[in-house]
Design a protein around this ligand. Structure first.
Ligand code: HEC
Length: 141
């Protein structure tokens, strides 16, 4: 019994490996440019989080908007890391992955309706925007 179990496992592992190597594996398909993601997703989502300290949501619907925006920011970090968008394999990936991490922190705080925590997290987000822009924003003419 034990042996046939192992055989099954090995077979499944082979199938998995073959599938992973298949030429037809669907790939990421970037649609927007980095600039479009900034203007369409990252900017609007972070604006919602930055507004919380001055004007905390009053009801569940308001908090839902903050939750959704935090999620958008966290996932935008992932979008920036996919091949075709990533500018390099070093600092770019670090900044993008940190954006994802602080977005996840914001999501947690928004789920707990913690406006004070979102104040601190907003500062971290702001520092990240600036850090990545200092290195990667095209220089003005
Ligand atoms: C991983 C790096 C990275 C992070 C993190 C990042 N950005 Fe950007 N951002 C860029 C790059 C690169 C551009 C320039 C894109 C271009 O013009 O090709 C840009 C451009 C922008 C623009 C458009 C500026 C313009 O008018 O050309 C806005 C707005 C923007 N970012 C907002 C933000 C905000 C807000 C944050 C933080 C919540 C942020 N970005 C975080 C890399 C980043």
């Amino acid at each position: 019994m034990k042996n046939s179990g192992r055989g099954l496992f090995a077979g499944a592992a082979m199938l998995f490996l073959c599938g992973a190597g298949s030429a037809q594996a669907p790939a990421f398909r970037p649609v927007g440019t980095v600039r479009q993601i900034m203007l369409g997703i990252v900017g609007p989502a972070s604006d919602v989080i930055f507004a919380v300290p001055n004007k905390p949501p009053k009801d569940d619907t308001g908090w839902q908007t903050v939750q959704n925006s935090s999620l958008m920011l966290a996932e935008a970090g992932n979008l920036l890391m996919i091949p075709g968008r990533a500018k390099d394999k070093n600092d770019w990936m670090k900044f993008a992955s940190q954006l994802s991490a602080v977005g996840a922190e914001a999501f947690k705080a928004a789920n707990m309706k913690n406006a004070a925590a979102l104040d601190d997290i907003g500062n971290k987000i702001d520092a990240l925007c600036e850090g990545c822009h200092a290195k990667y924003l095209p220089k003005q003419q």
